[in-house]
Design a protein around this ligand. Structure first.
Ligand SMILES: NC(=O)c1ccc[n+]([C@@H]2O[C@H](COP(=O)([O-])OP(=O)(O)OC[C@H]3O[C@@H](n4cnc5c(N)ncnc54)[C@H](OP(=O)(O)O)[C@@H]3O)[C@@H](O)[C@H]2O)c1
Length: 296
């Protein structure tokens, strides 16, 4: 399973922390070269250094045995050595995706696996919370994901190989009062990814959506909302399970605990009016209707 990623180049969005950081580490552990993308340059550079230190191999070692470095085995080894590139970019900015794509081209970086992980979302009553972060969330979770998928997807299809993983959420399966705009963006990712996977069937390009439930990350940082660690999976477990599912060429991944997957079924079977009431009651029980920003 692990060897499926050896020698490929994976672009991980939102790699500076949380789940994206775990994806980058797991991909490097499995032998991939990773391109780390987010806005926080310091965190990305620290992660790149960690990956090079723990998973990279100095070129001199790789070429050992052939001083000219022309030995076929040595060259393959050197290409296979995990490495990390950093791209600092804002996927929610109107020109953000185009700048990122230009930088990939300028640096001669060819992506084999696009892992659209970066995401954000507002919690609390829609009308009582500021609009701007919710618009940014649509820009990041929807527009940024679409732009990268369109450009890199076309390159992958032209080469007839590679793949795309879009990180959605179990929040995608039902409307979520008090996380209304966030759940709607994830429903978009779910629908879009399933449709694209069908369009690309037979092209050699594999497309998969991943639907984690709660993960122990700083997703709600800066607000009074919290993630109960007892009900949350670790980012490392979600990353490993997602990549295993991708390696098995699954169309969809439920990388979290089994209950998360089971909870997506009632939403598919019951009337939507009933589903949205239950979801609202659940989020009120989590005090999501009272969420406010913490003082900075
Ligand atoms: N945590 C959960 O319970 C949970 C559950 C289900 C699904 N998910 C999904 O999992 C994914 C990762 O979430 P997480 O929990 O790891 O969140 P997180 O800890 O808040 O990390 C979000 C990542 O996205 C990056 N990002 C935010 N805005 C960006 C922008 N405008 N341009 C580029 N990068 C940006 C952040 O880096 P910078 O700030 O440095 O840009 C960070 O690396 C998201 O798609 C989320 O919806 C999370």
């Amino acid at each position: 399973m692990r060897d499926d990623f050896r020698g490929i180049t994976a672009l991980v969005t939102g790699a500076s922390k949380g789940l994206g950081r775990a994806y980058a580490l797991e991909l490097a552990r499995r032998g991939a070269r990773v391109i780390l993308l987010a806005r926080s340059e310091g965190d990305l550079r620290e992660l790149a250094a960690q990956i090079r230190e723990h998973h990279g191999r100095p070129a001199a070692d790789a070429a050992a045995g052939d001083p000219a470095g022309r030995d076929a085995g040595a060259v393959v080894e050197r290409l296979a050595a995990p490495d990390a590139e950093v791209i600092v970019g804002d996927l929610a900015a109107p020109d953000g995706p185009e700048r990122i794509l230009r930088e990939l081209r300028d640096r001669g970086l060819t992506v084999d696996l696009l892992l659209n992980n970066a995401g954000m979302g507002s919690a609390g009553p829609f009308l009582g919370r500021p609009l701007e972060p919710q618009l940014l969330s649509v820009g990041l979770n929807v527009s940024g994901l679409l732009a990268l998928t369109h450009a890199i997807g076309n390159e992958l299809v032209a080469r007839g190989t590679g793949g795309i993983i879009n990180v959605s959420s179990t929040a995608a399966f039902q409307p979520m009062p008090y996380q209304a705009s966030y759940a709607a963006t994830k429903a978009f990712v779910l629908s879009f990814t399933e449709a694209l996977a069908e369009e690309l069937r037979g092209t050699g390009v594999h497309v998969m959506a991943a639907h984690p439930g709660a993960i122990a990350t700083g997703f709600f940082d800066g607000t009074t909302a919290t993630i109960d660690p007892r009900a949350a999976d670790t980012p490392a477990r979600i990353a490993a399970n997602t990549l295993d599912d991708y390696a098995r060429r699954r169309a969809v991944s439920y990388p979290g605990r089994a209950l998360n997957r089971a909870l997506t079924w009632p939403a598919r079977l019951l009337p939507r009016t009933a589903v949205v009431r239950v979801a609202g009651r659940f989020n009120r029980w989590l005090r999501m209707h009272e969420v406010v920003d913490l003082p900075q």
